[in-house]
Design a protein around this ligand. Structure first.
Ligand code: NAD
Ligand code: LMR
Length: 340
């Protein structure tokens, strides 16, 4: 468990900021699944990002052109286009710099994220195929669950098409980082935007591993039982929302916030800013899991460097040990589906 490069917590604070060195400041961003619970508020936030000059909204829902028309009246630079149904997918994706994918069904109470696989796997596969054909250099940020499996699916599709670049495919785990910072902020009695907690592993249950020992500022908890309870709250925070929505879906607004943050960091990397760091689920050789979430440096071609996860304490090492077989299983499920 010491195959780590350096402690990462400091850097994982709202995607550490630095000065820009240049260049491209006009990017086309696509939201695939743009009419949904996540898609709409995510599009709203992206329409406010000055680096987004074209915002393409794709969904199968009839309301999609209306969502685009609605957002297009906002007096911000991004030109908005709406694309409804599979016959308009290519036009949406064409020449995208970034494709964010929240398309697919969410959980209801009693379901696991893996229960979504049968429906969501083919949705992600089809969108990935269009990316391979229409924007093979795009950075792909996948929100659709189960993320542990949908990222391998998209990767295999791009591989089959001969355009796979592991640095350009990310699973979005930012919500886990956002939640960890929120809960630690509450416990420490500080502004949660000033808190940084790396969250590694994957994005479901025991594969979500918050590294509370690397919390910045330090977590004001020493009782191991309380640290365990906080860890489990972070791991089960998605389920907390699913239960509270009582059949009405899962996290959408906090996810849109987290997705907009990740996308903003990807764009800052693309435009040449240095030291842009976020946690994301990416192709990785840090552990025996072939995809793994950890802090990564985002640059001009996506993931510039996969950072390590620093030193884990005994409790965190146990969490990692428990997560790895589950992750490996989820990855295999995704790869097997895509290879069929
Ligand atoms: P939603 O049902 O509100 O919206 C999903 C949208 O996807 C709908 O508008 C639907 O029309 C669209 N869609 C369905 N099939 C499509 C296709 N083939 N092509 C394009 N669009 C299609 O669901 P939601 O609450 O927005 O959640 C979306 C996904 O995000 C779910 O899988 C959910 O589990 C996942 N999620 C992930 C995270 C995370 O942290 N990564 C957090 C929250 C939710
Ligand atoms: C989340 O963490 O909120 C999402 O993965 C949605 C879910 O099903 O919990």
């Amino acid at each position: 468990f010491s195959r780590a490069l350096k402690p990462a917590a400091l850097a994982v604070q709202n995607g550490a900021k630095n000065f820009s060195t240049t260049s491209q400041r006009n990017f086309k961003v696509v939201v695939a699944g743009a009419a949904g619970g996540i898609g709409q508020p995510l599009a709203l936030l992206l329409k406010q990002n000055p680096l987004v000059t074209r915002l393409a909204l794709y969904d199968i829902a009839p309301v999609t052109p209306g969502v685009a028309a609605d957002l297009s009246h906002m007096n911000t630079p991004a030109k908005v286009s709406g694309h409804k149904g599979p016959e308009e997918l290519s036009a949406a994706i064409k020449d995208a710099d970034v494709v964010v994918i929240p398309a697919g069904v969410p959980r209801k109470p009693g379901m696991t994220r893996d229960d979504l696989f049968n429906t969501n796997a083919s949705i992600v596969r089809d969108i990935a195929l269009s990316i391979a054909q229409n924007a093979p250099k795009a950075i792909v940020a996948i929100i659709t669950n189960p993320v542990n499996s949908t990222v391998p699916i998209a990767s295999e599709v791009l591989k089959k098409a001969g355009v796979y670049d592991p640095n350009r495919v990310l699973g979005v785990t930012t919500l886990d980082v956002v939640r960890a910072a929120t809960f630690v902020g509450e416990i420490n009695g500080v502004d949660p935007t000033s808190v940084a907690v790396p969250v590694i592993g994957g994005h479901s249950g025991i594969t979500i591993i918050p590294i509370l020992s690397q919390c910045q500022p330090a977590l004001k908890l020493s009782d191991p039982a309380k640290i365990k309870a906080l860890t489990e709250r972070i791991q089960e925070a998605g389920t907390e929302v699913v239960k509270a929505k009582a059949g009405g879906g899962s996290a959408t607004l906090s996810m849109a916030y987290a997705g907009a943050r990740l996308t903003a960091s990807v764009l800052r990397g693309l435009k040449g800013e240095s030291n842009v760091v976020e946690c994301a689920y990416v192709k990785s050789s840090l552990t025996e899991a072939t995809y793994f979430a950890s802090p990564v440096v985002l640059g001009k071609s996506g993931v510039e460097k996969v950072l390590g996860y620093g030193t884990l304490n005994e409790f965190e090492q146990q969490l990692l040990k428990a997560a790895l077989p589950e992750l490996a299983k989820n990855i295999k499920t995704g790869e097997d589906f895509a290879k069929k």
